[in-house]
Ligand binder design. Sequence first.
Ligand code: CA
Length: 219
Amino acid sequence: MHRILIVEDEPEIARALEDDLRLEGYEVETAGDGPSGAARGTEPGLDLILLDVMLPGKDGFEVCREIRKAGVNTPILFLTARTHETEKVMGLDLGANDYITKPFSPRELRARIRARLRDSKPVQPDVLRFDDIEVDEQRAEVRRAGQLIETTPLEFKLLVTFLHNRGRVLSRDKLIDLAWGRDTYVTNRAVDAHIVNLRRKVGSESITSVRGMGYRFDG
Ligand code: CA
């Protein structure tokens, strides 16, 4: 279920939006001023932010700027009563994804929200975990109890392949396809050698040999 934050200081508008979006099946949170909107907006767990421009404490542009500065990429849709093009563009330059001018029709807003949620990528876990090991796919780093473990690019690929196929037996041919790539000539013996090294680094109990079939990762 998608979670939407509404940052809007006019209680009637906030309430109407909240009711409407709940009926659509969204989980809704509200913030009634700029500072609380910025505080909640920079926290994790949101799929979309509806952000009013004229807000007490801090305006919507400032809130948007703070959220983006904190490295948060949650889609932001401005709700603006102003119609000046420059202000709209200003909002977009700040990293907003869309805007809708008040008064807006609920149907149009819902359509915009749906489009935005459809476009945004599903949230991928950045870090895969097992035992006391963390595998950061983006940074290509493996840590054991917080300490960096050196792996070769191939060992890293093998480990990620195992992590994406937990509990499944992978034949050596399948591992070669997934980790080395198709059309690569690698002997089974070479696969075994790399797995010996990987086991030494991440814990031998995680990778099980399945006789006559291949390997299974049980971490
Ligand atoms: Ca307002």
